[in-house]
Design a protein around this ligand. Structure first.
Ligand SMILES: *Cc1c(COP(=O)(O)O)cnc(C)c1O
Length: 404
């Protein structure tokens, strides 16, 4: 058997479809974000990053950097074990208390990433609750889908952001079976936001628990950065809130929050929590500094919002179509995988502007896009340069403009 030939077959197919992923090799520079150095074929150049999930630049915030330095000096680098076998450090416990407080829940549990938190938590709920049915929004993230699949629980997919369809699907299920309604607040690719209150009303009417992924909202929405559920005064309506420490909080890690028995249940049964080394204490300390800062500081959220509005207005002014939504995510629709990749390559190579093309299977075919995430630290000059580049490219690539 020529295994490499088998691998190449699959890779060639990806390449033919224009969906082969190429990673930009960046070297982030503390204090200069959204500027970074880019390494390519032995040369180094400066780029401006327009697609980072370090939404607020917290990855370089002085308090966060200092907290990580301090913890490394105090504890060394690794946790030393799984949470069960010598790996539970004081910094983990403090961070879990901070997270429980952020979402006003009794307890929280840390995971090595948001992906793992979804995979392990949904996997455990679906596998351990006898007769459980999981009702999953049609556009849920891969980590939720994989967790549900892994649980082997019965799954029903309801129409994206459609409480009426959820109601119909719930009506068909035996009222005595445990039911989990799994959905997100801000959807990462379209930037639309779920009708959380209506979904909770429907779930309550059928005795279902709710599982909300606030990965793209924590740190960004709500007066203390607790997410869209906090902004709308709905945190107590949601049974389980899941989030990441790797996006707006700027570090790495994932977590869930909920009632004490719920969190103890996941802690006690989730393989993806139990059998893996705990996050380094310094990561926990940095994440706690970031969360704590964003609980009181509004300036990062305000500046980010202003930059999102500016980018949308400037795109409208030059007639470049972008998907309207109420969030901080600005998807510029190219609707062709090859052109999408080409524009991204030219922006990077000729203009020093980095925005990753988003192609299938991350988004449906025909909806390929450039996903812009303006931060509080992008300047007007950054915007000017981006607009000049896009104006020239849109003509070169013969792409449709929005009718003014
Ligand atoms: C990024 C993402 C995750 C995974 O979080 P990580 O901390 O990056 O592993 C989970 N859910 C959604 C909706 C995401 O976009």
């Amino acid at each position: 058997m020529d295994y490499d030939a088998l691998f190449r077959q699959h890779l060639n197919q990806l390449q033919d479809e224009g969906n082969y992923r190429v990673f930009a090799e960046l070297e982030r520079e503390r204090g200069s974000f959204p500027r970074a150095r880019r390494h390519s074929d032995g040369t180094v150049s400066d780029v401006t990053v327009w697609c980072s999930n370090d939404y607020l630049g917290m990855g370089q915030h002085p308090n966060v950097v200092a907290a990580m330095h301090e913890a490394v000096d105090r504890c060394g680098v690794g946790a030393g074990g799984t949470r069960n076998i010598s790996g539970t450090n004081h910094d983990h416990v403090l961070l879990e208390a901070e997270l429980a407080d952020l979402h006003q829940k009794e307890a929280a549990l840390l995971f090595t990433s948001g992906y793992v938190s979804n995979w392990a938590s949904l996997g455990t709920l679906g596998a351990k609750l006898d007769g459980c049915v999981i009702l999953s929004d049609a556009l849920n993230h891969a980590s939720m889908i994989e967790g549900i699949r892994h649980s082997r629980a019965e799954k029903r997919i309801w129409k994206h952001n459609d409480p009426e369809d959820l109601d119909r699907k719930l009506s068909q299920i035996d009222p005595d079976r445990p039911k989990v309604v799994a959905f997100e607040s801000v959807y990462s690719m379209d930037g639309d936001i779920a009708p959380i209150e209506e979904i909770c009303d429907v779930a309550d009417a059928h005795g279902a628990m709710t599982y909300l992924d606030e990965v793209h909202a924590v740190g960004l929405y709500g007066p203390r950065g607790g997410g869209v559920a906090e902004e709308r005064g709905l945190m107590d309506r949601v049974t389980l809130i899941e989030g990441t420490l790797g996006k707006a909080f700027g570090v790495v890690g994932g977590y869930i929050t909920g009632s004490a028995p719920l969190i103890d249940f996941i802690r006690s049964f989730a393989s993806g929590f139990i059998f893996t080394t705990a996050l380094p204490p310094a990561v926990a300390a940095a994440a706690r500094a970031s969360i704590s800062h964003l609980k009181t500081s509004q300036i990062e959220r305000m500046r980010q919002r202003r930059n999102v509005e500016k980018l949308r207005a400037r795109l409208d002014a030059i007639g470049i179509p972008h998907l309207p939504n109420p969030s901080h995510i600005v998807p510029v629709m190219v609707k062709d995988p090859v052109k999408c990749k080409m524009i991204s390559d030219i922006l990077l190579n000729d203009f020093g502007i980095y925005v990753q093309p988003i192609n299938y299977p991350t988004v449906p075919k025909g909806t390929e896009r450039l996903r812009f995430t303006p931060s509080p630290v992008h300047t007007d000059e950054d915007l000017d340069r981006l607009m000049a580049a896009l104006t020239s490219l849109w003509s070169q690539c013969a792409l449709a403009r929005a009718v003014a």
